[in-house]
Ligand binder design. Structure first.
Ligand SMILES: Cc1cc2nc3c(=O)[nH]c(=O)nc-3n(C[C@H](O)[C@H](O)[C@H](O)COP(=O)(O)OP(=O)(O)OC[C@H]3O[C@@H](n4cnc5c(N)ncnc54)[C@H](O)[C@@H]3O)c2cc1C
Length: 534
């Protein structure tokens, strides 16, 4: 019998499993898909000579996360690679705002050349604010809420007036932040594009802080990619776990968490087999799949059922992967050196797009995040070619198509192709001739994403909205926030729990720590354990 069963082998599940194995627990991970990794996987499905990341690609959160860093994955084969520039936001007229990694040692001349003297100074003030709080802010975000120790460290660094100023700054919409700080449009666009990695409109409270966080992580750590593809990160997590005696079994969808007298005893897989867990069950699953799904409502309080009815998913996603015959012909050459390129003409276009997605209307001009993977890691495709992708957000429920294709949200083959063409037209605005380079493409519509990873419900990629009403102590729902659940020995370990989406493993780490601490507090309540396997 395992001490702990982890349902799902996404980054959160695997980080949790590693921490439990480090504590001497025997851990078994049961994964529904045929391969481990959740939304951290790569393949050669577009073209056998090209590695394509199926989902996540850039991993600043992993390198910044104490939970992942502490695992020492480099010892298990993980190597990081960086594009020459972190992020570019080209404009249709050929100008381009670019973000570089400086590791905390800024290059004022480069900043001034790019943004002009006024905005270079303003950008540097944002960087200084980050440096003053580093690493406590990241630690505060990636530890259980409330973040007592990092919070105290931040308070010690800022006087009360500084704390008030920080609180205001963190609440700012990115549009307002840009208005207050910058004269030109480049820096604000970089930040607004970063905020749209989550479902945060430029006008939404907190979008400034989210954009700033992603941009400053890029400045400090870069947005690195695993050499060889996203699966290399998963392989390191699995390799480390197995070396500590843990097991990962794929093709094992869990259908039920077995609960008796309010306590999780184990799980049942789709083949009808029962798997007992002596100490804990950790669910790296969507909150909506756990509550009322794997655990029946009869085992859960009525208030949770009511709260879960209000659970809000983040935007759906359409992703296109390409094998390109040559480098992307950007009008702004600087964009060719960045790993990530944001494609939207100006702040109004970004705002309109996000508002349309939020209100069910499929944008005619989709803001796209574009990944140049061979620029970031030359092992991804033959020399002179480019392994690329772009994704754009679409409504969870399409009520109207503002483009010419009559897309209804059925996402059948025709609608997928039409949306992919629309994304390619958006790329063409900034890189005329792009479509001539396409040797092969693969389209991942919302239902396809969901079928590949059950946590990507309706094509949502962050485990639920990143809006303030579903964050921190309100995630996934107010009464049952964080990793603890109403069922003893059952923990929510996925991005549906605080701190949410991204490859940082913090949700898994929080769940593992909660399980370990419950076991330490009352070991007698637990079933006899299989004993350490190390
Ligand atoms: C297209 C896309 C692009 C992204 N880009 C980035 C990026 O560049 N950088 C970044 O930091 N983040 C990115 N993200 C977000 C990030 O990948 C996720 O937030 C992260 O993977 C969440 O990790 P997780 O472990 O909570 O869940 P997941 O990674 O989704 O893993 C959950 C796993 O659990 C399994 N599972 C679910 N239910 C069951 C069950 N009943 N039985 C057994 N197994 C089950 C699933 O099959 C899956 O393998 C992206 C996501 C997507 C979809």
């Amino acid at each position: 019998m395992a001490d702990a069963i982890v349902i799902g082998s996404g980054p959160n599940g695997l980080v949790a499993a590693n921490l439990l194995a480090d504590a001497g627990w025997h851990v078994v991970v049961l994964e529904a898909a045929d391969a481990p990794g959740g939304a951290v996987r790569s393949d050669r499905g577009v073209d056998p000579e090209f590695v394509s990341d199926l989902f996540s690609s850039f991993h600043p959160l992993a390198v910044a996360s104490p939970a992942v860093r502490g695992l020492g994955l480099e010892e298990f084969g993980l190597r990081w690679s960086h594009a020459p520039a972190v992020l570019a936001h080209p404009l249709p007229d050929g100008r381009c705002a670019t973000l570089h990694r400086d590791g905390g040692a800024p290059d004022p001349d480069r900043l001034e050349r790019m943004f002009g003297a006024h905005d270079a100074a303003a950008w540097q003030r944002l960087a200084d604010r980050w440096d003053r709080l580093d690493p406590h802010l990241v630690n505060a975000l990636l530890t259980p809420f409330p973040p007592v120790r990092p919070g105290a460290a931040i308070a010690a660094r800022l006087r009360p007036s500084g704390l008030l100023d920080l609180a205001r700054f963190l609440a700012l919409p990115v549009r307002r932040l840009a208005e207050e700080e910058f004269e030109g449009e480049g820096p604000g666009l970089l930040l607004a594009g970063c905020a749209l990695h989550a479902d945060l409109l430029p006008e939404a409270a907190g979008s400034g802080a989210f954009g700033w966080l992603m941009a400053m992580l890029g400045r400090r750590y870069g947005w690195p990619v695993p050499v060889g593809g996203a699966s290399a990160l998963t392989a390191a997590l699995v390799g480390r776990l197995e070396s500590a005696g843990g097991e990962v079994h794929c093709g094992q969808p869990v259908r039920e968490v077995v609960v008796r007298n309010g306590t999780a005893l184990g799980v049942r897989t789709a083949d009808g087999r029962g798997h007992r867990a002596g100490r804990a069950v950790l669910a790296d699953t969507a909150a909506t799949a756990l509550y009322g799904g794997l655990v029946g409502w009869e085992h859960l309080p009525g208030s949770l059922r009511r709260d879960m009815r209000r659970f809000q998913w983040d935007f759906a996603t359409v992703k296109v992967d390409w094998a390109l015959r040559g480098p992307v012909p950007w009008s702004a050459p600087a964009a060719g050196r960045a790993g990530t390129v944001h494609l939207g003409a100006d702040l109004d276009e970004l705002g309109d797009y996000a508002h349309q997605v939020l209100t069910g209307r499929l944008p005619a001009r989709p803001f796209a995040l574009f990944g140049q993977m061979t620029v970031a890691d030359p092992t991804r495709s033959p020399s002179g070619t480019e392994s690329a992708w772009a994704y754009t957000h679409v409504p969870q429920r399409v009520t109207a198509d503002l483009g010419p294709d009559g897309i209804t949200g059925r996402w059948d083959r025709r609608e997928g192709e039409a949306m992919a063409d629309r994304v390619e037209r958006q790329v063409e605005r900034f890189a005329p001739g792009f479509r001539d380079l396409v040797a092969a493409r693969r389209i991942l519509t919302p239902p396809v994403l969901h079928s590949l990873d059950g946590n990507l419900v309706g094509g949502a990629l962050n485990g639920g909205t990143a809006a303030p009403h579903q964050q921190l102590f309100l995630r996934p729902v107010p009464g049952t926030a964080g990793p603890r659940t109403p069922v003893a020995r059952l923990y929510l370990a996925s991005a549906s729990a605080h701190p949410g989406g991204g490859v940082h493993g913090a949700c898994g780490a929080n769940a593992a720590r909660a399980a370990l601490s419950a076991h330490r507090r009352s070991p007698a309540r637990f079933l006899p354990a299989a004993g350490p396997r190390r």
